[in-house]
Design a protein around this ligand. Structure first.
Ligand code: B12
Length: 503
């Protein structure tokens, strides 16, 4: 049946599917829909938001094996463009009020997104459906080829701004098959800051050093080349300074409207603290917009290289925690990850970087993973490093008067589609592969021997593709690994037990 958009302005709903595996749904907001909402608004088009979430009671029953995942278990936080909102049980009729429904989907949210698409196709066949977000990007072929029951009208694998505007203004129309709209802006200039609706922000519960905090990102992409990451080599595209300033001002205002006297900022991208001059600019922005503390990501070799020149302005403007993707304490694994595009990184630098940051009064959130090709020695090396980090003294106290403490993440690597590791595991498994890829050739014999022990589960369910969930647990996407699953999970538990009670 041909879908025809109304002559008047279409009613647009942007949906965030539930995060069923996360420890808590309201820790960090999912900003994709907010970026699109403000952009549509700037172009004269109002849109509403729908945040789907799973209540704790349902989650407990599901985890106890008493129930399966269904849409009708979810709650709907419905935030309208006029500022009003409602929090209701799952109500399919809500979608009858819209012409276009756009879903923002990360891979572990895909099963719910597909369920919702099937429901909309069955009950509201005239409605136009759109899928965007990182799942459409990295699982593009799967999403474009969904069967008719689940199919979306539009698939937007890259930037959403222009495609969404084209859909809403009728510049593109649905067809018999899914239509792909792929756009990648060269520069992220002339974009409005994401919306921060109060009724949404007040649900979020995250803090830095004792004050409430929300997150933003300063750039898309990443200059590093980690073999476990889809964003490896993705061009870094910074947002403009004007846009960031507006973003921070909007957040600061929302904090004040909610009665937060002091408020913090979390910068979530991979290029948070990169060099002294950039940190100085960012620090000025954070200070001028009134945040009392902040947190950002940096890299071990940069902390070692620049030391106080890098962290000085951060500390002077209230910065007290940095996240560092340490990834591992095993040199064998670090080499396999190839973090710095062929340039060697040493585990020793991890110890040094944490030491430098701690002496400057900056606590470290150290991110590490367990890899399916690791043996006992690798596991022990990382646990030893984390033990040292957990015990290392951090100078200073936080806003609540408590000693600052390092924290760590210990997850199990999930080989998402689009990552070099995923390609390697698949290539090694496929005995009929006609020729060896350049990537495989970049590994030596010992490395290949270890990687060859890993097998992925058949028909990997995207719902299994998460690495950090409730109580620090991870999904298990493997059919075979060097050590048994239980051994890796035992070590993960041990590492998580070293985490401090607060941060
Ligand atoms: C902040 C962040 C988080 C936050 C907030 C989530 C969020 N999505 O905002 C938290 C901590 C919750 C999080 C959790 C996870 N994350 Co995360 N996260 C990020 C990060 C660093 C920034 C996201 C962001 O704000 N981007 C900025 C906006 C502008 O980009 P965007 O959301 O992609 O939206 C653009 C387009 O995708 C598109 N778009 C988005 N939605 C829609 C909807 C429509 C209708 C249209 C048309 C277009 C469209 O338009 C937007 C503008 O161009 C990204 C990396 C990155 N730099 O993007 C990883 C990233 C998205 N996360 C990732 C992963 C793996 C996870 C976790 C699975 C980790 C885990 N815990 O196991 C979970 C998944 C949680 C879940 N929802 O199920 C992967 C996703 C891989 C994948 N295949 O989906 C990424 C890409 C990082 C990486 N390279 O590994 N994450």
């Amino acid at each position: 049946m041909a879908k025809i958009l109304p002559k008047t302005q279409p009613r647009v709903l942007l949906v965030k599917p539930a995060d069923r595996f996360l420890g808590a749904e309201f820790v960090y907001s999912q900003l994709g829909p907010n970026y699109l909402q403000s952009f549509l608004k700037e172009n004269g088009i109002d849109s509403d938001l729908l945040v789907l979430y799973e209540p704790d009671t349902v989650r407990k029953e599901r985890e106890a094996g008493l129930d399966e995942e269904r849409l009708d278990q979810l709650r709907m936080l419905h935030l309208k463009a006029d500022g009003t909102s409602q929090d209701i049980g799952f109500e399919p009729q809500l979608f009858a009020g819209y012409d276009i429904v756009g879903l923002s989907v990360m891979t572990p949210q895909a099963p719910d997104a597909y369920r919702l698409s099937a429901l909309l196709n069955e009950h509201f066949p005239r409605l136009t459906t759109v899928i965007g977000g990182s799942h459409a990007r990295y699982y593009r072929d799967e999403v474009l080829n969904l069967d008719d029951r689940v199919r979306f009208d539009f698939v937007v694998p890259q930037d959403g701004w222009k495609p969404m505007l084209d859909i809403v203004t009728g510049a593109v129309v649905p067809a018999e098959k899914a239509v792909e709209l792929s756009d990648k802006m060269v520069k992220l200039t002339d974009l409005p800051a994401p919306t921060r609706p109060l009724a949404l922000m007040q649900r979020y519960d995250f803090g830095i050093g004792g004050v409430p905090a929300w997150h933003t990102i300063t750039a898309l992409g990443c200059p590093f080349s980690c073999n476990f990451c889809e964003s490896a080599y993705e061009n870094v595209r910074p947002f403009s300074e004007e846009m960031l300033r507006r973003d921070l001002e909007t957040m600061a205002q929302a904090h004040r409207d909610l009665g937060h006297e002091k408020y913090g900022l979390m910068i979530f991208d991979d290029v948070g603290l990169m060099n002294p001059r950039q940190v100085e600019n960012l620090s000025r922005l954070v200070k001028e917009t009134g945040f009392s503390t902040w947190r950002a990501f940096t890299h071990a070799f940069l902390v070692k290289k620049f030391g106080e020149d890098l962290l000085g302005p951060f500390v002077a403007t209230g910065g007290e925690r940095v996240g560092i993707g340490l990834e591992t304490g095993s040199q064998f694994t670090l080499d396999l990850i190839n973090k710095r595009n062929g340039q060697k990184q040493f585990v020793e630098e991890h110890y040094e970087a944490v030491g430098i940051a701690n002496r400057l009064g900056v606590a470290v959130d150290g991110f590490t993973m367990i890899y399916p090709f690791e043996n006992e020695g690798d596991l022990q090396d990382t646990t030893k490093m984390l033990r040292w980090i957990a015990g290392n003294e951090v100078k200073g106290i936080d806003a609540a008067g408590r000693p600052r403490q390092n924290h760590m993440d210990a997850t199990i690597m999930a080989p998402y589609r689009g990552t070099p590791f995923r390609a390697i595991f698949e290539e090694l498994e496929d005995a009929k592969a006609p020729e060896t890829s350049a990537l495989l050739k970049s590994f030596n014999g010992e490395q290949i021997a270890r990687l060859s022990n890993v097998r992925l589960k058949r028909n990997l369910d995207p719902g299994q593709m998460w690495y950090k969930g409730k109580s620090g647990s991870s999904g298990w996407p493997y059919a075979a690994t060097v050590l048994p699953r239980e051994r890796y999970e035992e070590e993960q538990k041990l590492r998580n037990s070293m985490r401090p009670k607060y941060r």
